[in-house]
Design a protein around this ligand. Structure first.
Ligand SMILES: Cc1ncc(COP(=O)(O)O)c(C=O)c1O
Length: 404
């Protein structure tokens, strides 16, 4: 086995069926979907619009509620700046979580510098079985009539914690506060109906769901709260002036196909990654004394779950963030070059600072440095996981022998 890919939170392999769907757009279907003066352009427009309808139906929204972007970073920027910097925005407070992704923290930090009050709510800490999950009372205490936006991620990219978004939505509704969620890690891994979730803005990305990179979207679903977004990219006026630029037809086709596959593979994928996670944890925790996992607990007795059981967990089934005693995650990765693993978020994997997410759940700096993040996905097998576990145990035994 030459290489085993276990970094499915950073990105996922493009599904071969998605590749197949995109190929004609590299070759035959090259017309601009905005060029309606000729047949080729009209064909590109029709196919692109059909794909956008299919994406919209995945989330239970209408076509005009989706703004196609280059991915979740852009969607988060559009949601946060678009809403908070709108000329009619009078409110000055934003409520979010300490464990958000940099793609949200970056825009929030900039708004804080321009005079917004940004409240970062803590999450529950270990040894709580709900480590990584926000306490709803904290949300209720923070949200008030001066709140312009609440932004809480649906599923965490490092520890898989799933936030109680529906309950947060009902708190927001008391003050008619817009609720944004970064759902990049959740889309395709759990069913998402925007209306039922109660959110007004939702960011997602193609490359986390076996689709291509460089494509994603922001759903703007106003329901009872008026949502005013100012565009961040202006120019040709595409997408109702909300995001100018020629539509990335090929990416849109790939994203639509990826979401279609996600819907049909949802149950199979969820059960597979659940079983692979359990397999890795049960083997590693028996061999490595003092091994910990980061994030919410799960029922370790359950071996072959139903989809409802997988979905009832407060964590992504395919996430396993491991904290090894005495040995750094980086050293383990160097010892196991054939395994694609990470120590945290892909965006911060070159950053030596210990993960803000692990610190927020109460891990020490040393524990954060001793963490390895495993992300299981659709293309992983039991054989790969067993092989990876053998390598990790061998590497751990070798490295821990050097530590007093
Ligand atoms: C939770 C979360 N938000 C945002 C992003 C950024 O997404 P994109 O690469 O599509 O900009 C990521 C990807 O690492 C993520 O995990």
């Amino acid at each position: 086995m030459s290489r085993i890919y276990l970094d499915n939170h950073a990105t996922t392999r493009v599904d071969p069926v998605v590749v197949e769907a995109m190929l004609p757009w590299m070759d035959r279907l090259y017309a601009n979907p905005g060029s309606t003066t000729h047949e080729a352009g009209r064909e590109a427009k029709l196919l692109t619009e059909n794909a956008i309808s299919s994406i919209a139906s995945h989330f239970g929204v209408s076509n005009d509620e989706i703004i196609i972007t280059s991915g979740a970073t852009e969607s988060n920027n559009l949601a946060v700046f678009g809403l908070c910097q709108h000329p009619r925005q009078k409110k000055r407070k934003i409520v979010s979580l300490a464990t958000e992704h940099q793609a949200l923290l970056g825009p929030l930090e900039r708004l804080a510098k321009s005079g917004f009050e940004v409240v970062y709510l803590p999450v529950q800490k270990h040894p709580s079985s709900q480590a990584g999950i926000v306490d709803l009372q904290r949300v209720a205490d923070a949200v008030d009539a001066d709140t312009a936006l609440v932004s809480v991620m649906l599923a965490n990219n490092e520890i898989g914690a799933i936030q109680p978004i529906r309950e947060i939505a009902s708190i927001c509704s008391r003050f008619e506060v817009p609720l944004h969620t970064d759902a990049s890690q959740a889309v395709g891994r759990m069913p998402i109906d925007v209306e039922k979730l109660g959110v007004h803005l939702l960011s997602f990305s193609g490359h986390k769901v076996y689709g291509p990179k460089g494509i994603g979207g922001l759903i703007v679903h106003p329901t009872s709260v008026p949502i005013r977004i100012s565009p961040q990219i202006v120019g040709g006026g595409q997408q109702m002036n909300l995001r100018s630029g020629t539509l990335n037809s090929m990416g849109i086709i790939g994203l639509a196909k990826a979401l279609e596959l996600a819907a049909s593979f949802c149950e199979r994928d969820a059960k597979l990654v659940f079983e692979l996670r359990n397999l890795m944890w049960s083997r590693l925790s028996t061999s490595v004394d003092g091994l910990l996992f980061n994030g919410p607990s799960w029922d370790e007795e359950r071996s072959t779950p139903t989809l409802d059981q997988v979905n009832s967990e407060r964590r992504l089934a395919g996430n396993l963030s491991l904290c090894f005693p005495k040995v750094e995650g980086q050293s383990l990765m160097l010892e196991t070059p054939s395994l694609a693993l990470s120590s945290g978020s892909a965006c911060t994997s070159t950053d030596a600072a210990p993960s803000h997410v692990l610190r927020a759940i109460g891990r020490s700096e040393d524990q954060a440095r001793a963490t390895l993040r495993v992300g299981f996905g659709r293309f992983n097998t039991r054989e790969e996981v067993n092989f990876a576990v053998d390598l990790l145990i061998r590497a751990y035994e070798k490295l821990s022998a050097f530590v007093a």
